[in-house]
Design a protein around this ligand. Sequence first.
Ligand SMILES: Nc1ncnc2c1ncn2[C@@H]1O[C@H](COP(=O)(O)OP(=O)(O)OP(=O)(O)O)[C@@H](O)[C@H]1O
Ligand SMILES: [Mg+2]
Length: 268
Amino acid sequence: MGGSGLAVRDLSVGYGPVRALRQVSLDVPQGAVVTVLGGNGAGKSTLLRAVCRTLSFHGGAVTGGTVSYDGRRLDGLSPDRVVAAGISQIPEGRRVFARMTVADNLRAGALGATGGRADRAAALRRVHELFPVLADRAQQHAGLLSGGEQQMLAVGRALMAAPRMLLLDEPSLGLAPLMAERIAETVREINTQGTSILLVEQNAALALRLATRAYVLEVGEVTLSGPADELAASDEVRRRYLGVVDEDAAADAERARASHPALTRWKG
Ligand SMILES: Nc1ncnc2c1ncn2[C@@H]1O[C@H](COP(=O)(O)OP(=O)(O)OP(=O)(O)O)[C@@H](O)[C@H]1O
Ligand SMILES: [Mg+2]
């Protein structure tokens, strides 16, 4: 099983009797941004937990298939060994340590890393360059940050381990569009700096703009996959994940609006 990057093959996962993933296969080549789209309960977080080996904390277990990184099997490793192998995760719902300072949250992110003091200092510089607000608020309790700032801290904390691959679980969830856009820009920049990204999202419009390749997960199975631009153009994805209803209906509505300029009464 050669090739560089992450390879998931026929992965099945269960939480007791609940089957959450069925024979899922997926690749994240080194250097790529790959996205997994899917609605609530599709199995997106489960997939990330299986990769970073945290399923058991949630009462789940792999029941079949393999996960490897750079040709090396990850199955059987402990979560900290996965971090040491170069894969860091930003879990669902951000989970910063609210009562710890911003600086201590970042320090905690470096705990699983293999590098020394100089590497940690370099990682911290990189995080502060990406998110200057984290330097300004270094001594503040993380719980006092805004939702968007907490997401930045969660991303920054994961970067402190200087990962070669970053797993992101719905980073745009609950953020205002402008803040979601900033996070997206940062994800792109992190990738440009050489880190591969596996991005799980319900916000398909944002994810498909960032990714080169996309997978659609439905009730635990991959139902669609391909180049992100092809998926963005597919009727199925447009209707189900991009909120495009019916093009003819939209065009009709546009024509109706043009012929009835309903807002004229607001003009001065
Ligand atoms: N800890 C758990 N115990 C039992 N079942 C679980 C657990 N976590 C998830 N599941 C079930 O596994 C399936 C996949 O859930 P998962 O959280 O991976 O979905 P998701 O795609 O991340 O959804 P969301 O977008 O809502 O976060 C669902 O049917 C869910 O109910
Ligand atoms: Mg989830």
